[in-house]
Design a protein around this ligand. Sequence first.
Ligand SMILES: NC(=O)N[C@@H](CC(=O)O)C(=O)O
Ligand SMILES: [Zn+2]
Ligand SMILES: [Zn+2]
Length: 348
Amino acid sequence: MEEISLVRPDDWHLHLRDGDVLEAVVSHSAEHFGRAIVMPNLKPPVTTTAAAVAYQNSIFKALPKDTVFTPLMTLYLTDNTHPDEIKLAKRSGVIYAVKLYPAGATTNSQDGVTDLFGKCLPVLEEMVEQNMPLLVHGEVTDPEVDIFDREKIFIDTILRPLIQKLPKLKVVMEHITTQDAVRFIESCEEGTVAATVTPQHLLLNRNSLFQGGLQPHNYCLPVLKREIHRQAIVSAVTSGNKRFFLGTDSAPHERKRKESSCGCAGIYSAPVALSLYAKVFEEADALDKLEAFTSFNGPDFYGLPRNSSKIKLIRSPWKVPESYTYAFGELIPMFTGQTLEWLPSSSI
Ligand SMILES: NC(=O)N[C@@H](CC(=O)O)C(=O)O
Ligand SMILES: [Zn+2]
Ligand SMILES: [Zn+2]
């Protein structure tokens, strides 16, 4: 096959940041994706409907003219989020989900939740009422727990009990990294519980953190896992199961902050993500399943219409830039400097 035509994909997990970085990165997503679920982990976090509306306006402003891209906004859940905020959020028509960051789990999560069942039950009950999905960074934060086990233990101690308590709550487990998560998601009700999958967790295992030396640009959270986990995630997404859909988790951090004595977690994948997903599906001999993953399963889960326009991927090897340079610094894309097979072309 030399050309793949896809209904325009959406990105169901994206960090656009704000200020200079937002202006730099937003076109990379808008070029290939119709919509994106925009993460609220700014400084300060987006905890209110008013802040989300203002943030959405700044994204629209940063978009190049004549691009059609809709940022779907999210609220950052805290111990103090009031159930009325969920009603407001739903009524606003711009907020599509609420994000759970366990306090301390990842970038800008210090204002996140310290005790989900103790502090957030009334809010979660209101979310069921309002049919508002909960998006989850699924890792426990106990420093005693080995970092490679944090997702599995989160499933056992938080996620499974949550779903038992509130079986009607729509939940997306974000950026899954383990066979345990795959099995758990497969065991849940279709249409109620789903997962997003990043390009890095489909293409890399934990060896890539240390290949030939420390590789800070492959460091993200949840951290890359063993090869068996990567293979389980590839099998899940290429099987055509509707519970899995595209979420890049593209998370830009300036080069200096990645190449540092205490480097930030996050991989900048927006410019290459679509080519990388195509690579995964082609290598699994499952290109026929690519479009459902990129363009159907996400909107179907969120109860939104699928996009009406299309995009093409052409078999035309291209070299990923070594870096993108801006006034504030440099961003290093995933697969920096490597050659990829599938080139996304503009809308058709
Ligand atoms: N994935 C990451 O490693 N980093 C994300 C936060 C997140 O999604 O956990 C970021 O905002 O930088
Ligand atoms: Zn996360
Ligand atoms: Zn993320």
